[in-house]
Design a protein around this ligand. Structure first.
Ligand code: 5RP
Length: 223
C-alpha cells in the first residue's frame, strides 16, 4: 500500500470515533484531509466541526460541513489529527503543516485526542523530525540561541523565500539535532521561553489513541 492509501485507510477508520450528535475537532494535514473526505459521508449525523486551521476550515466548508469557532462551543468529545512523530507513550511532534498552535488549542478543548498516522510516524524517541516552534518574530534570534545551547539548530521556515507567516501572524522555527526523551519536561520548559507561542511537542495534549496505518491494516494503539 502507498503512503497515500495508508492515510486514506486511517482517515476512514477515524469515523468510528466521531460521536453522533457531537461537534468534532478536526486537525490539519494530508492525513486529516482524508479524514475530512470521509467525514463528509456522515455530515448529517453531527452538528459540525471545530477546525485547527484556515486550510481545514476551507476543506470542511467546501464539503458542506459547518465550522464552529472554539469560543462558540464547550468541551469537545474528540479531536482527530495527524502527527509528524508519535512515541510509545502517545507523545507527539506536530506542526509540520504550521498549524500547531490552533491544533493545541482545539486538542486542549477536547476530551480525547485520536491520532491518525501511517506507520512511518512511529518512533522510539521524539526528535528525528525537525521540531516546529511558533515564535513571535522579534524573539527569533534569542530563541535560536537557546536551542543552540541545547545542541539544537533552529532555522526559520521559509515559503517562497520569505519567512512563512502562520494563521496567527507569527513565524515558525524548525529545530534539528534534538533528542526529546522527556517530552513533558521539554514541552513545559520551552513553553516558558519568552517569545515562544507554542512548541510542537504534544505531551500534555498527547494522543489517547493512535490509528496507525500499516501494510497489515489499521493497528489501534491505546495510551
Ligand atoms: C500540521 C500537523 C500535521 O498533523 C502533521 O504535520 C502531519 O501531517 P501529515 O498528515 O500531512 O503527514 O501537525 O501542523
Amino acid at each position: 500500500m502507498t503512503q497515500d492509501e495508508l492515510k486514506a485507510l486511517v482517515g476512514r477508520a477515524a469515523l468510528a470515533y466521531v460521536v453522533p450528535g457531537e461537534i468534532v475537532g478536526v486537525g490539519t494535514g494530508s492525513t486529516v484531509n482524508k479524514f475530512i473526505e470521509a467525514l463528509a459521508s456522515v455530515k448529517d449525523t453531527i452538528p459540525g466541526a471545530v477546525s485547527s486551521s484556515t486550510a481545514s476550515t476551507e476543506r470542511l466548508q467546501a464539503l458542506g460541513i459547518r465550522v464552529f469557532d472554539c469560543n462558540e462551543v464547550g468541551e469537545l468529545a474528540v479531536y482527530i489529527d495527524g502527527a509528524d512523530e508519535i512515541d510509545p507513550r502517545g507523545c507527539m511532534i506536530k506542526g509540520g503543516g504550521a498549524a500547531l498552535t490552533r491544533e493545541k488549542i482545539v486538542a486542549a478543548q477536547s476530551r480525547r485526542f485520536v491520532c491518525i498516522a501511517d506507520e512511518s510516524k512511529r518512533v522510539e524517541v521524539l526528535g528525528g523530525f525537525p521540531l516546529p516552534v511558533e515564535v513571535i518574530p522579534m524573539a527569533t534570534q534569542a530563541i535560536v540561541r537557546r536551542f543552540a545551547a541545547q545542541g539544537g539548530e533552529a532555522k526559520v521556515r521559509l515559503r517562497d523565500g520569505a519567512p512563512l507567516v502562520t494563521d496567527n501572524g507569527q513565524h515558525i522555527l524548525d529545530v534539528t539535532g534534538l533528542r526529546i526523551a522527556d517530552a513533558a519536561g521539554f514541552e513545559a520548559e520551552v513553553n516558558q521561553w519568552a517569545g515562544v507561542v507554542t512548541v510542537g511537542v504534544f505531551a500534555r495534549q498527547k494522543a489517547a489513541v493512535c490509528l496507525l496505518g500499516t501494510s497489515r491494516g489499521v493497528v489501534t494503539l491505546d495510551f
